[in-house]
Design a protein around this ligand. Sequence first.
Ligand code: GSH
Length: 153
Amino acid sequence: MPPSGLATVDSRVLPAFLLCSTLLVIKMYVVAVITGQVRLRKKAFANPEDALRHGGIQFCRSDPDVERCLRAHRNDMETIYPFLFLGLVYCFLGPAPAAAWAHFLLFLLGRLLHTVAYLGQLRAPVRSVAYTVAQLPCASMALQILWEAAHHL
Ligand SMILES: N[C@@H](CCC(=O)N[C@@H](CS)C(=O)NCC(=O)O)C(=O)O
């Protein structure tokens, strides 16, 4: 582990992380926007005041397509939030730029495919494979962080 802070991060590693992580945050915003659009199209609102504005209290209800969007968003929160922590700490371990890029890109592509598979209802096991592919670099980064931390106790 490098002895000091930000200055020791390779100038190609941190931008790679920032690029991938910010793209994924934007992807989560897109899922939220899609959820809102599906609510409007299916007339399925979470709050009575929204339902009243769009036709009546009976439209304060659940809908399978809205539920699917919410599950996709929840799965993003379960996976992308930990990546934001793991990826940032990993940058400070001094990884080789190619290895760092491989970790970040694999996660980015896996999570993009996961969203497409979830919202597009692609046949199983596409979504599960995408999930697993994205979790592999996270597991790798978590192990490397543990390893380095344990050696600096
Ligand atoms: N909280 C997840 C944990 C396991 C997981 O994330 N599985 C992936 C691949 S099967 C998934 O897409 N789960 C669907 C989901 O979280 O809605 C679940 O309940 O399934």
